[in-house]
Structures are given as structure tokens and as C-alpha cells.
Design a protein. Structure first.
Length: 262
């Protein structure tokens, strides 16, 4: 693509997202951090949610130094409905609306079912499923009022393909897919769009979450044998989805490294 065409495409994206208000959960690292940066560069006003306040503060400074609108942030745990309600209301109080919600916060506790730590399962469902649903529930009244909005749910290839080590994790991601499609059908008449992003192997902190040591080693070895995706690769896909004209809803994007076979 020529430089002029590239510049034109970038200008088009920035124009479309100019002054849009986006909430990004799990924004302190990985896909969430990269998405916050990409949306800000595209002209959006960004509200950052995560538990690690020091990282959120540093990200605000980094985005502002790029000449983008200064984001706001809320030290929030998506598994706590009161945190989410306060963050969404705080975003609306500051920016007047919510146009985009990126439900990115998640944890990945892979491992066998036999001998698993049940607390890991509960935490995955609290964050990956209920946290995502709580955030969605909190923004919907604002989007419905404006008759527009876009909810982007970060799932996983594990929401399509199951392995012996992913039974519980895949259960959470299959739930994300089911919730997303039911939500899409419910809110489409209100001008609200829903997109599911399903990444394959991405270099992030997620593998560090795995508490079963043998599984963690095998997963890291597996990822290390391929050209894993970067967080920016996923952020680019998110910007693509939310930059489409209002009549276009990109329902689902599955992104794998070229050399990932499943």
C-alpha cells in the first residue's frame, strides 16, 4: 500500500473515532494497554480500568505525551459490581457518554480438571464471565439512551477449540461467545453492535497466571515454538471493528499466528 493510501486510511479511522468515548478493562498491561493506546491514537477519549493503579497512571502519562487526549483511569476490579458502577458513572460524568466498551480483563488458569484448585475456577468465572457481564450491564443504559454503542468482548481461540488442559478456561470463553451473540440479537435494534475477538497465542502475562507448574511450562514451550502474536496485533483488530460504519457489525474475529495449527 502506498504511503498516501496508508495516511488516508489512518485519517479515516481517526475521523471516525474522534471524540468517541471508550472504556477499556484490564488496561494495565498486554492487550488492554495496547488497545487503550490504539484507540487514543485514533482519536477516542479513553477511560482505563484495572486493579494496578501505578500502571494505569504511567499509561495515562505515556498516552498524553503522544499528544492524544488525556485518558482517565479507575483502579477497579471487574469482579466487584460496585467498582464497575462507579467507574462507568465516573466516565460518563467526565466525558458525557460511553460509545465503546472493550471487555478485555481476564485470567487464564489452564490445567487438568483432576486435582485442580477450585478457587482458580471461581476466579476465572468471576472475571472472564461475570466481570464482562457486569461491565456490559453497566454501560447498556447509556448506550441505549444514545441509540448507539459498540461492545467488544475479548474471548480466545479456546472459546472455539478445546484441549485437554483448557476444560475450565474454555468453559469461560464459550460462555463469552454465547453471551455475546445473545446480547447482539437483543441490542441490535438499538444501534448497539457487539464484536467477539478470539486471539490465538499472544505474548502477554496470561501464561504467568497458570498455577499448575507442568501446564505452565508446556504452554510457554508451545508458545515459544511459534511466531506468537503481539498485543498490538489484537489492538489493531479491535480498532478495525469499531471503526466500521454504523450499519456494519463485525460479529467475530479469530486471529491466530500464521504457524499456529489449532
Amino acid at each position: 500500500m502506498s504511503h498516501s493510501k496508508t495516511a488516508s486510511a489512518a485519517h479515516s479511522t481517526a475521523t471516525f473515532l474522534k471524540d468517541k468515548v471508550a472504556i477499556v478493562t484490564g488496561a494495565s498491561s498486554g492487550i488492554g494497554e495496547a488497545t487503550a493506546v490504539a484507540l487514543a491514537r485514533a482519536g477516542a477519549k479513553v477511560s482505563l480500568l484495572a486493579r494496578r493503579e501505578d500502571r494505569l497512571s504511567a499509561l495515562v502519562d505515556a498516552i498524553e505525551k503522544e499528544g492524544c487526549d488525556k485518558p482517565i483511569y479507575f483502579a477497579s476490579d471487574v469482579s466487584k459490581s460496585d467498582d464497575i458502577a462507579a467507574a462507568v458513572q465516573g466516565t460518563v460524568d467526565k466525558f458525557g457518554r460511553v460509545d465503546i466498551l472493550v471487555n478485555n480483563a481476564g485470567v487464564m488458569y489452564l490445567g487438568p480438571v483432576e486435582g485442580a484448585n477450585i478457587d482458580d475456577w471461581r476466579r476465572m468465572f468471576d472475571i472472564n464471565v461475570l466481570g464482562l457481564m457486569n461491565c456490559t450491564h453497566a454501560v447498556l443504559p447509556h448506550m441505549s439512551k444514545n441509540r448507539s454503542g459498540h461492545i467488544v468482548n475479548i474471548s480466545s481461540v479456546s472459546g472455539k477449540v478445546i484441549s485437554a488442559r483448557s476444560a475450565a478456561y474454555s468453559a469461560t470463553k464459550f460462555a463469552v461467545g454465547a453471551f455475546s451473540d445473545g446480547l447482539r440479537q437483543e441490542v441490535s435494534s438499538k444501534g448497539i453492535r457487539v464484536t467477539v475477538i478470539q486471539p490465538g497465542a499472544v505474548t502477554t502475562e496470561l501464561t504467568d497466571h497458570i498455577t499448575d507448574s507442568a501446564t505452565q511450562k508446556s504452554v510457554k514451550d508451545w508458545v515459544g515454538k511459534m511466531h506468537a502474536l503481539s498485543s498490538e496485533d489484537i489492538a489493531n483488530a479491535i480498532v478495525y471493528a469499531v471503526s466500521q460504519p454504523p450499519a456494519v457489525n463485525v460479529n467475530e474475529i479469530t486471529i491466530r499466528p500464521t504457524d499456529q495449527t489449532f
